[in-house]
Design a binder for this molecule. Sequence first.
Ligand code: AMP
Ligand code: GLY
Length: 430
Amino acid sequence: MAGSLKVLLVGSGGREDALAWKLSQSPLVEHIYVVPGNGGTERPGSGVSNVSDTAADDYPRLLLLSQRLGVGLVVAGPDQAVVDGIEGYFRGSGIPCFAPSREAAEVEGSKAFAKDFMKRHGIPTAAYETFDSYLKAKQYLESLDYRVVIKVDGLAAGKGVVLPVDKKDAHRALEQIMVHGQSGSAGDSVVIEEYMDGNEISVLTFSDGKTTRTLPPGQDHKRAYDGDCGPNTGGMGVYAPVPFVSATNMEEIERLLLQPTFRGLDADGRRFVGMLFTGVMLTTSGPKVIEYNARFGDPETQALMLLLKDTDLAQVLLSCTNGSLSDVTIDVSSDFACNITVAAGGYPLDYSKGGAIVLHTPPKDVQIFHAGTTYIDGQLVVSGGRVFSVCATGSTLRKAVSNAYAGVKSIRFDGMFNRTDIAAKSLSLL
Ligand code: AMP
Ligand code: GLY
Protein backbone atom coordinates (compact mmCIF):
# COMPACT_ATOMS: atom_id res chain seq x y z
CA MET A 1 0.00 0.00 0.00
CA ALA A 2 1.52 3.21 -1.17
CA GLY A 3 -0.82 5.99 -0.06
CA SER A 4 -1.41 7.82 3.17
CA LEU A 5 -5.13 7.21 3.71
CA LYS A 6 -6.08 5.34 6.86
CA VAL A 7 -9.42 3.56 6.74
CA LEU A 8 -11.58 2.42 9.63
CA LEU A 9 -13.82 -0.44 8.53
CA VAL A 10 -16.64 -1.53 10.84
CA GLY A 11 -17.73 -5.18 10.85
CA SER A 12 -16.50 -8.75 11.16
CA GLY A 13 -17.90 -10.81 8.30
CA GLY A 14 -16.86 -12.09 4.89
CA ARG A 15 -18.13 -8.83 3.44
CA GLU A 16 -15.65 -6.86 5.54
CA ASP A 17 -12.72 -9.15 4.67
CA ALA A 18 -13.56 -8.65 0.98
CA LEU A 19 -13.87 -4.87 1.38
CA ALA A 20 -10.53 -4.78 3.25
CA TRP A 21 -8.93 -6.87 0.47
CA LYS A 22 -10.18 -4.53 -2.24
CA LEU A 23 -9.43 -1.35 -0.29
CA SER A 24 -5.89 -2.60 0.37
CA GLN A 25 -5.29 -2.57 -3.42
CA SER A 26 -5.98 1.16 -3.59
CA PRO A 27 -2.93 3.35 -4.24
CA LEU A 28 -4.50 5.87 -1.85
CA VAL A 29 -4.53 3.58 1.17
CA GLU A 30 -1.87 3.16 3.84
CA HIS A 31 -3.65 1.11 6.48
CA ILE A 32 -7.04 -0.45 7.16
CA TYR A 33 -8.24 -0.86 10.75
CA VAL A 34 -11.09 -3.33 11.08
CA VAL A 35 -13.39 -3.14 14.12
CA PRO A 36 -13.63 -5.87 15.36
CA GLY A 37 -12.60 -7.84 12.25
CA ASN A 38 -12.02 -11.58 12.01
CA GLY A 39 -9.17 -14.08 11.48
CA GLY A 40 -8.71 -12.89 7.91
CA THR A 41 -8.49 -9.18 8.62
CA GLU A 42 -5.54 -9.53 10.99
CA ARG A 43 -2.68 -9.63 8.52
CA PRO A 44 0.49 -8.46 10.20
CA GLY A 45 2.73 -6.56 7.83
CA SER A 46 0.08 -6.25 5.12
CA GLY A 47 -1.51 -2.99 6.25
CA VAL A 48 -4.72 -4.61 7.52
CA SER A 49 -5.25 -5.11 11.26
CA ASN A 50 -8.02 -5.60 13.77
CA VAL A 51 -9.00 -3.30 16.61
CA SER A 52 -10.31 -5.47 19.40
CA ASP A 53 -10.65 -3.03 22.27
CA THR A 54 -13.50 -0.93 20.84
CA ALA A 55 -17.05 -2.19 20.35
CA ALA A 56 -18.32 -1.93 16.78
CA ASP A 57 -21.47 -0.18 18.01
CA ASP A 58 -19.78 2.31 20.35
CA TYR A 59 -19.94 5.13 17.81
CA PRO A 60 -18.62 7.95 20.03
CA ARG A 61 -15.55 5.81 20.77
CA LEU A 62 -15.16 4.95 17.09
CA LEU A 63 -15.03 8.69 16.41
CA LEU A 64 -12.37 9.23 19.09
CA LEU A 65 -10.41 6.24 17.80
CA SER A 66 -10.57 7.57 14.23
CA GLN A 67 -9.35 10.98 15.37
CA ARG A 68 -6.51 9.41 17.35
CA LEU A 69 -5.43 7.18 14.45
CA GLY A 70 -5.70 9.92 11.83
CA VAL A 71 -8.35 8.02 9.86
CA GLY A 72 -9.46 9.65 6.60
CA LEU A 73 -12.35 7.33 5.68
CA VAL A 74 -14.80 5.30 7.77
CA VAL A 75 -16.70 2.47 6.08
CA ALA A 76 -19.75 0.88 7.70
CA GLY A 77 -20.27 -2.80 6.93
CA PRO A 78 -23.20 -4.19 8.95
CA ASP A 79 -26.86 -3.21 9.03
CA GLN A 80 -26.77 -2.29 12.72
CA ALA A 81 -24.22 0.47 12.17
CA VAL A 82 -26.12 2.11 9.31
CA VAL A 83 -29.50 1.78 11.01
CA ASP A 84 -28.04 3.24 14.23
CA GLY A 85 -26.93 6.23 12.16
CA ILE A 86 -23.14 5.86 12.39
CA GLU A 87 -22.83 8.56 9.73
CA GLY A 88 -24.28 11.18 12.09
CA TYR A 89 -21.52 10.62 14.66
CA PHE A 90 -18.89 11.57 12.07
CA ARG A 91 -20.81 14.43 10.44
CA GLY A 92 -19.00 17.69 11.06
CA SER A 93 -15.87 15.88 12.30
CA GLY A 94 -14.05 16.26 9.00
CA ILE A 95 -13.80 12.47 8.69
CA PRO A 96 -15.89 11.17 5.78
CA CYS A 97 -18.07 8.20 6.69
CA PHE A 98 -19.35 5.93 3.90
CA ALA A 99 -22.85 5.19 5.20
CA PRO A 100 -26.28 6.72 4.64
CA SER A 101 -27.80 9.01 7.24
CA ARG A 102 -29.99 7.35 9.87
CA GLU A 103 -33.04 8.81 8.12
CA ALA A 104 -32.05 7.33 4.74
CA ALA A 105 -31.14 3.99 6.35
CA GLU A 106 -34.70 3.64 7.59
CA VAL A 107 -35.43 1.91 4.25
CA GLU A 108 -33.59 -1.02 5.86
CA GLY A 109 -34.37 -0.39 9.52
CA SER A 110 -38.12 -0.50 9.18
CA LYS A 111 -39.96 -2.75 6.74
CA ALA A 112 -43.15 -0.78 7.39
CA PHE A 113 -41.38 2.47 6.52
CA ALA A 114 -39.91 0.92 3.36
CA LYS A 115 -43.30 -0.38 2.21
CA ASP A 116 -45.05 2.95 2.89
CA PHE A 117 -42.24 4.76 1.09
CA MET A 118 -42.63 2.54 -1.98
CA LYS A 119 -46.39 3.01 -2.01
CA ARG A 120 -46.03 6.81 -1.75
CA HIS A 121 -43.58 6.94 -4.63
CA GLY A 122 -45.24 4.39 -6.91
CA ILE A 123 -42.37 1.90 -6.71
CA PRO A 124 -43.58 -1.60 -7.65
CA THR A 125 -43.63 -3.99 -4.69
CA ALA A 126 -45.90 -6.69 -3.23
CA ALA A 127 -49.32 -5.61 -1.88
CA TYR A 128 -49.20 -5.31 1.92
CA GLU A 129 -50.67 -4.01 5.16
CA THR A 130 -48.91 -3.15 8.43
CA PHE A 131 -50.33 -4.10 11.85
CA ASP A 132 -49.61 -3.31 15.49
CA SER A 133 -52.64 -5.27 16.64
CA TYR A 134 -52.69 -9.07 16.56
CA LEU A 135 -56.48 -9.21 16.22
CA LYS A 136 -56.53 -6.87 13.22
CA ALA A 137 -53.63 -8.77 11.60
CA LYS A 138 -55.49 -12.04 12.14
CA GLN A 139 -58.68 -10.67 10.57
CA TYR A 140 -56.75 -9.33 7.58
CA LEU A 141 -55.05 -12.69 7.06
CA GLU A 142 -58.47 -14.35 7.18
CA SER A 143 -59.76 -12.05 4.43
CA LEU A 144 -56.98 -12.86 1.92
CA ASP A 145 -57.23 -15.49 -0.77
CA TYR A 146 -53.55 -15.49 -1.78
CA ARG A 147 -50.31 -16.78 -0.28
CA VAL A 148 -48.59 -14.33 2.08
CA VAL A 149 -45.24 -13.47 3.59
CA ILE A 150 -45.03 -12.20 7.18
CA LYS A 151 -42.28 -9.75 8.12
CA VAL A 152 -41.45 -8.30 11.49
CA ASP A 153 -40.94 -4.56 11.30
CA GLY A 154 -37.50 -4.06 12.88
CA LEU A 155 -34.08 -5.61 12.34
CA ALA A 156 -34.16 -9.29 13.25
CA ALA A 157 -30.75 -10.62 12.17
CA GLY A 158 -32.11 -12.21 8.98
CA LYS A 159 -34.80 -14.07 10.92
CA GLY A 160 -37.59 -11.57 10.49
CA VAL A 161 -39.28 -13.02 7.42
CA VAL A 162 -41.59 -16.03 7.45
CA LEU A 163 -42.76 -17.68 4.24
CA PRO A 164 -45.78 -19.75 5.35
CA VAL A 165 -46.85 -22.52 2.97
CA ASP A 166 -50.58 -22.12 3.64
CA LYS A 167 -53.05 -20.14 5.71
CA LYS A 168 -52.82 -22.39 8.78
CA ASP A 169 -49.06 -22.01 8.77
CA ALA A 170 -49.47 -18.22 8.38
CA HIS A 171 -51.79 -18.02 11.40
CA ARG A 172 -49.33 -20.04 13.46
CA ALA A 173 -46.42 -17.76 12.47
CA LEU A 174 -48.41 -14.61 13.21
CA GLU A 175 -49.29 -15.91 16.68
CA GLN A 176 -45.65 -16.84 17.37
CA ILE A 177 -44.50 -13.33 16.46
CA MET A 178 -47.28 -11.14 17.85
CA VAL A 179 -48.50 -13.14 20.86
CA HIS A 180 -45.47 -15.18 21.95
CA GLY A 181 -42.87 -12.52 21.06
CA GLN A 182 -40.68 -14.89 19.03
CA SER A 183 -38.80 -11.95 17.45
CA GLY A 184 -38.80 -9.76 20.54
CA SER A 185 -39.83 -6.14 20.15
CA ALA A 186 -38.96 -6.23 16.41
CA GLY A 187 -42.24 -8.14 16.07
CA ASP A 188 -44.50 -5.62 17.82
CA SER A 189 -45.40 -4.45 14.37
CA VAL A 190 -45.68 -6.79 11.37
CA VAL A 191 -46.08 -6.42 7.64
CA ILE A 192 -48.30 -8.98 5.92
CA GLU A 193 -47.62 -8.99 2.21
CA GLU A 194 -48.49 -10.82 -0.97
CA TYR A 195 -46.12 -13.67 -1.91
CA MET A 196 -44.36 -12.87 -5.19
CA ASP A 197 -43.44 -15.65 -7.57
CA GLY A 198 -40.36 -15.18 -9.71
CA ASN A 199 -36.59 -15.06 -9.81
CA GLU A 200 -34.88 -13.09 -7.08
CA ILE A 201 -31.76 -11.03 -7.69
CA SER A 202 -29.61 -8.64 -5.65
CA VAL A 203 -28.79 -5.24 -7.09
CA LEU A 204 -26.11 -3.08 -5.46
CA THR A 205 -25.92 0.63 -6.28
CA PHE A 206 -23.39 3.25 -5.19
CA SER A 207 -24.85 6.72 -4.65
CA ASP A 208 -23.30 10.08 -3.85
CA GLY A 209 -26.75 11.65 -3.52
CA LYS A 210 -26.84 12.79 -7.17
CA THR A 211 -25.07 10.20 -9.29
CA THR A 212 -25.64 6.46 -8.97
CA ARG A 213 -23.70 3.48 -10.30
CA THR A 214 -25.19 0.01 -10.29
CA LEU A 215 -23.01 -3.12 -10.17
CA PRO A 216 -23.81 -6.34 -12.08
CA PRO A 217 -26.73 -8.23 -10.51
CA GLY A 218 -26.05 -11.20 -8.27
CA GLN A 219 -28.12 -14.14 -7.13
CA ASP A 220 -27.95 -15.26 -3.52
CA HIS A 221 -28.97 -18.70 -2.18
CA LYS A 222 -30.64 -18.16 1.18
CA ARG A 223 -31.69 -21.66 2.18
CA ALA A 224 -29.22 -23.80 4.08
CA TYR A 225 -29.30 -26.92 1.93
CA ASP A 226 -29.17 -28.00 -1.69
CA GLY A 227 -32.33 -27.66 -3.73
CA ASP A 228 -33.35 -24.56 -1.72
CA CYS A 229 -34.32 -26.73 1.26
CA GLY A 230 -33.87 -26.11 4.96
CA PRO A 231 -34.00 -22.92 7.00
CA ASN A 232 -33.22 -19.42 5.73
CA THR A 233 -29.66 -18.28 6.35
CA GLY A 234 -27.63 -15.13 5.86
CA GLY A 235 -26.66 -16.50 2.43
CA MET A 236 -25.02 -19.77 1.37
CA GLY A 237 -23.50 -18.59 -1.88
CA VAL A 238 -23.89 -16.16 -4.70
CA TYR A 239 -22.83 -15.61 -8.27
CA ALA A 240 -22.73 -12.57 -10.52
CA PRO A 241 -23.66 -11.46 -13.07
CA VAL A 242 -26.89 -13.42 -13.54
CA PRO A 243 -27.11 -14.69 -17.15
CA PHE A 244 -30.91 -14.55 -17.39
CA VAL A 245 -30.99 -10.85 -16.46
CA SER A 246 -30.76 -8.94 -19.73
CA ALA A 247 -29.65 -5.36 -20.34
CA THR A 248 -33.34 -4.59 -20.88
CA ASN A 249 -34.19 -6.04 -17.46
CA MET A 250 -31.48 -3.87 -15.88
CA GLU A 251 -32.71 -0.78 -17.71
CA GLU A 252 -36.22 -1.48 -16.38
CA ILE A 253 -34.90 -2.01 -12.85
CA GLU A 254 -33.06 1.33 -13.03
CA ARG A 255 -36.07 3.19 -14.45
CA LEU A 256 -38.89 1.61 -12.44
CA LEU A 257 -37.21 0.79 -9.14
CA LEU A 258 -33.83 2.38 -8.48
CA GLN A 259 -34.14 5.91 -9.82
CA PRO A 260 -37.61 6.42 -8.25
CA THR A 261 -36.12 5.16 -4.97
CA PHE A 262 -33.24 7.65 -4.96
CA ARG A 263 -35.51 10.46 -6.17
CA GLY A 264 -38.15 9.59 -3.59
CA LEU A 265 -35.66 9.54 -0.71
CA ASP A 266 -34.30 12.88 -1.86
CA ALA A 267 -37.80 14.36 -2.10
CA ASP A 268 -38.56 13.11 1.43
CA GLY A 269 -35.48 14.86 2.83
CA ARG A 270 -33.63 11.55 3.20
CA ARG A 271 -31.05 11.84 0.41
CA PHE A 272 -29.27 8.51 0.11
CA VAL A 273 -25.46 8.50 0.13
CA GLY A 274 -23.74 5.14 0.35
CA MET A 275 -24.54 1.69 -0.95
CA LEU A 276 -28.16 0.73 -1.61
CA PHE A 277 -28.90 -2.98 -1.86
CA THR A 278 -32.19 -3.66 -3.60
CA GLY A 279 -33.65 -7.17 -3.44
CA VAL A 280 -35.60 -7.50 -6.69
CA MET A 281 -38.16 -10.10 -7.74
CA LEU A 282 -38.46 -10.52 -11.50
CA THR A 283 -42.16 -11.32 -11.80
CA THR A 284 -44.33 -11.88 -14.85
CA SER A 285 -45.66 -8.36 -14.30
CA GLY A 286 -42.21 -6.76 -14.19
CA PRO A 287 -39.52 -6.21 -11.56
CA LYS A 288 -40.66 -5.50 -8.00
CA VAL A 289 -38.76 -4.54 -4.85
CA ILE A 290 -38.63 -7.25 -2.18
CA GLU A 291 -36.57 -5.22 0.28
CA TYR A 292 -33.90 -2.59 0.65
CA ASN A 293 -30.68 -2.79 2.61
CA ALA A 294 -28.75 0.41 3.22
CA ARG A 295 -25.31 -1.22 2.94
CA PHE A 296 -23.20 -3.72 1.03
CA GLY A 297 -24.81 -7.18 0.80
CA ASP A 298 -23.22 -10.25 2.30
CA PRO A 299 -22.39 -12.62 0.49
CA GLU A 300 -22.85 -10.52 -2.71
CA THR A 301 -19.98 -8.13 -1.92
CA GLN A 302 -17.38 -10.90 -1.77
CA ALA A 303 -18.18 -11.97 -5.36
CA LEU A 304 -18.58 -8.43 -6.68
CA MET A 305 -15.23 -7.22 -5.30
CA LEU A 306 -13.56 -9.77 -7.59
CA LEU A 307 -15.27 -8.19 -10.59
CA LEU A 308 -14.09 -4.65 -9.82
CA LYS A 309 -10.79 -5.16 -11.65
CA ASP A 310 -8.71 -1.96 -11.51
CA THR A 311 -11.41 0.05 -9.76
CA ASP A 312 -10.01 2.03 -6.85
CA LEU A 313 -12.57 1.22 -4.16
CA ALA A 314 -11.24 3.83 -1.72
CA GLN A 315 -11.64 6.49 -4.38
CA VAL A 316 -15.20 5.31 -5.16
CA LEU A 317 -16.24 5.38 -1.50
CA LEU A 318 -14.63 8.80 -0.91
CA SER A 319 -16.31 10.16 -4.05
CA CYS A 320 -19.70 9.03 -2.71
CA THR A 321 -19.10 10.93 0.52
CA ASN A 322 -18.10 14.15 -1.28
CA GLY A 323 -20.54 14.14 -4.20
CA SER A 324 -18.04 13.41 -6.96
CA LEU A 325 -19.03 9.89 -8.04
CA SER A 326 -19.60 11.16 -11.60
CA ASP A 327 -15.83 11.83 -11.87
CA VAL A 328 -14.84 8.29 -10.95
CA THR A 329 -14.50 5.24 -13.19
CA ILE A 330 -15.89 1.94 -11.98
CA ASP A 331 -14.15 -0.69 -14.04
CA VAL A 332 -16.21 -3.90 -14.09
CA SER A 333 -14.79 -7.10 -15.52
CA SER A 334 -16.71 -9.10 -18.14
CA ASP A 335 -15.98 -12.26 -16.12
CA PHE A 336 -18.31 -14.11 -13.78
CA ALA A 337 -17.66 -14.47 -10.06
CA CYS A 338 -18.90 -17.06 -7.60
CA ASN A 339 -18.81 -17.17 -3.82
CA ILE A 340 -19.44 -20.37 -1.87
CA THR A 341 -20.22 -20.05 1.83
CA VAL A 342 -18.48 -22.65 3.99
CA ALA A 343 -20.53 -22.95 7.17
CA ALA A 344 -20.24 -24.58 10.58
CA GLY A 345 -22.29 -27.78 11.10
CA GLY A 346 -25.76 -26.89 12.38
CA TYR A 347 -25.79 -23.32 11.01
CA PRO A 348 -28.11 -21.35 10.98
CA LEU A 349 -29.35 -23.07 14.16
CA ASP A 350 -26.99 -24.19 16.93
CA TYR A 351 -23.42 -24.85 15.88
CA SER A 352 -20.25 -25.34 17.84
CA LYS A 353 -17.49 -22.77 18.04
CA GLY A 354 -13.81 -23.19 18.76
CA GLY A 355 -13.03 -26.04 16.35
CA ALA A 356 -9.57 -25.88 14.78
CA ILE A 357 -9.36 -24.96 11.10
CA VAL A 358 -6.77 -26.19 8.63
CA LEU A 359 -6.38 -23.77 5.76
CA HIS A 360 -4.18 -24.71 2.79
CA THR A 361 -3.08 -22.28 0.10
CA PRO A 362 -5.96 -22.20 -2.38
CA PRO A 363 -5.50 -22.60 -6.14
CA LYS A 364 -4.39 -19.48 -8.02
CA ASP A 365 -7.27 -17.07 -8.69
CA VAL A 366 -9.26 -18.35 -5.72
CA GLN A 367 -9.78 -15.83 -2.98
CA ILE A 368 -10.80 -17.15 0.42
CA PHE A 369 -12.39 -14.49 2.61
CA HIS A 370 -12.80 -15.18 6.32
CA ALA A 371 -16.13 -14.65 8.06
CA GLY A 372 -16.63 -16.58 11.33
CA THR A 373 -12.98 -17.16 12.19
CA THR A 374 -10.63 -15.97 14.89
CA TYR A 375 -7.19 -16.81 16.22
CA ILE A 376 -6.90 -18.31 19.68
CA ASP A 377 -3.32 -18.85 20.88
CA GLY A 378 -2.11 -18.74 17.28
CA GLN A 379 -4.63 -21.34 16.06
CA LEU A 380 -7.33 -20.36 13.57
CA VAL A 381 -10.70 -21.51 14.94
CA VAL A 382 -14.40 -21.32 14.10
CA SER A 383 -16.14 -18.34 15.73
CA GLY A 384 -19.30 -17.88 13.64
CA GLY A 385 -21.84 -19.80 11.57
CA ARG A 386 -20.70 -18.66 8.16
CA VAL A 387 -17.01 -19.42 8.42
CA PHE A 388 -15.53 -18.66 4.98
CA SER A 389 -16.52 -17.17 1.64
CA VAL A 390 -14.64 -19.01 -1.10
CA CYS A 391 -14.59 -16.85 -4.21
CA ALA A 392 -13.31 -17.21 -7.74
CA THR A 393 -13.81 -15.74 -11.17
CA GLY A 394 -14.03 -17.38 -14.59
CA SER A 395 -14.63 -16.32 -18.17
CA THR A 396 -17.91 -18.27 -18.03
CA LEU A 397 -20.29 -18.85 -15.13
CA ARG A 398 -19.48 -22.57 -15.26
CA LYS A 399 -15.74 -21.87 -14.88
CA ALA A 400 -16.26 -19.40 -12.04
CA VAL A 401 -18.39 -21.94 -10.16
CA SER A 402 -15.99 -24.84 -10.66
CA ASN A 403 -13.00 -22.65 -9.68
CA ALA A 404 -14.74 -21.62 -6.46
CA TYR A 405 -15.64 -25.22 -5.60
CA ALA A 406 -12.00 -26.22 -6.20
CA GLY A 407 -11.09 -23.59 -3.59
CA VAL A 408 -13.40 -25.13 -0.98
CA LYS A 409 -11.06 -28.15 -0.87
CA SER A 410 -8.39 -25.94 0.74
CA ILE A 411 -10.44 -25.75 3.94
CA ARG A 412 -10.86 -28.41 6.61
CA PHE A 413 -12.61 -28.30 9.97
CA ASP A 414 -14.95 -30.65 11.80
CA GLY A 415 -18.57 -30.31 10.78
CA MET A 416 -17.95 -27.96 7.82
CA PHE A 417 -20.58 -27.92 5.12
CA ASN A 418 -21.48 -25.98 2.02
CA ARG A 419 -24.17 -26.11 -0.61
CA THR A 420 -23.07 -28.01 -3.70
CA ASP A 421 -25.57 -26.41 -6.09
CA ILE A 422 -24.69 -22.70 -6.16
CA ALA A 423 -25.73 -21.36 -9.60
CA ALA A 424 -26.93 -24.84 -10.65
CA LYS A 425 -30.36 -23.58 -11.74
CA SER A 426 -28.83 -20.89 -13.93
CA LEU A 427 -26.29 -23.31 -15.35
CA SER A 428 -29.05 -25.76 -16.27
CA LEU A 429 -30.70 -23.05 -18.37
CA LEU A 430 -27.56 -22.23 -20.37
P1 AMP B 1 -36.23 -9.93 3.15
O1 AMP B 1 -35.55 -9.94 4.49
O2 AMP B 1 -37.37 -8.96 3.04
O3 AMP B 1 -35.25 -9.89 2.03
O4 AMP B 1 -36.84 -11.39 2.96
C1 AMP B 1 -36.04 -12.54 3.03
C2 AMP B 1 -36.36 -13.42 1.85
O5 AMP B 1 -37.74 -13.81 1.87
C3 AMP B 1 -36.17 -12.71 0.52
O6 AMP B 1 -34.85 -12.75 0.12
C4 AMP B 1 -37.08 -13.53 -0.38
O7 AMP B 1 -36.45 -14.72 -0.79
C5 AMP B 1 -38.21 -13.89 0.55
N1 AMP B 1 -39.32 -12.92 0.39
C6 AMP B 1 -39.50 -11.78 1.05
N2 AMP B 1 -40.63 -11.14 0.64
C7 AMP B 1 -41.17 -11.92 -0.31
C8 AMP B 1 -42.35 -11.84 -1.10
N3 AMP B 1 -43.21 -10.84 -0.96
N4 AMP B 1 -42.61 -12.82 -1.96
C9 AMP B 1 -41.74 -13.88 -2.07
N5 AMP B 1 -40.64 -14.03 -1.35
C10 AMP B 1 -40.34 -13.07 -0.47
N1 GLY C 1 -27.52 -10.89 0.98
C1 GLY C 1 -28.50 -10.18 1.66
C2 GLY C 1 -28.03 -9.27 2.71
O1 GLY C 1 -26.90 -8.83 2.74
O2 GLY C 1 -28.82 -8.96 3.59
